[in-house]
Ligand binder design. Structure first.
Ligand SMILES: [Zn+2]
Length: 147
């Protein structure tokens, strides 16, 4: 089972988002969680900049990620906190975290443990298919993309 909540909960408390100027130009991280209490996280591999995955973080997973330097996510399907790699060995050591202009998303650059992958399908990254319109049938088709 994925590691759910070892160690005590993080003591980090994020402030409520302030003014536009504070959010866009200030030096305080004030994540803007959506109505489900989540921000989007884009995860890229430090080795080659490849986008590995997109997932969500709630305040606790975001705080743990900042505090421990290991990626923690919130699983919407399981409704639980999730330390990446707890079962797969595909841990993610965070080398840098950025947030975007309106602070509702974060970008983490990671060093991946285990076999270097991240996707539960066994692939290295989650974005392994292209999406394109088949103009003959009008269907939008998926095709395997090259590595
Ligand atoms: Zn995946």
């Amino acid at each position: 089972m994925p590691e759910t909540a070892p160690s005590p909960a993080s003591r980090i408390v994020f402030p409520e988002p302030g003014s536009k100027a504070e959010v866009e130009e200030g030096d305080l991280f004030m994540p803007r969680f959506d109505r489900d209490g989540l921000v989007t996280c884009v995860t890229v591999d430090a080795g080659d900049g490849r986008v590995l995955m997109v997932a969500h973080m709630n305040a606790e997973s975001l705080a743990r990620t900042v505090e421990t330097g290991e990626a923690w996510y919130w699983s919407r399907s399981r409704g639980e906190l999730w330390r990446k790699g707890a079962t797969s060995g595909q841990t993610q050591r965070v080398l840098e975290m950025r947030t975007d202009c309106d602070q509702d998303a974060v970008l983490i650059t990671v060093a991946v443990g285990g076999d270097g992958g991240c996707c539960h399908t066994g692939r290295r990254a989650c974005f392994y298919r292209t999406v394109a319109l088949d103009r003959e049938t009008g269907q939008v088709r998926l095709r395997l993309a090259g590595e």
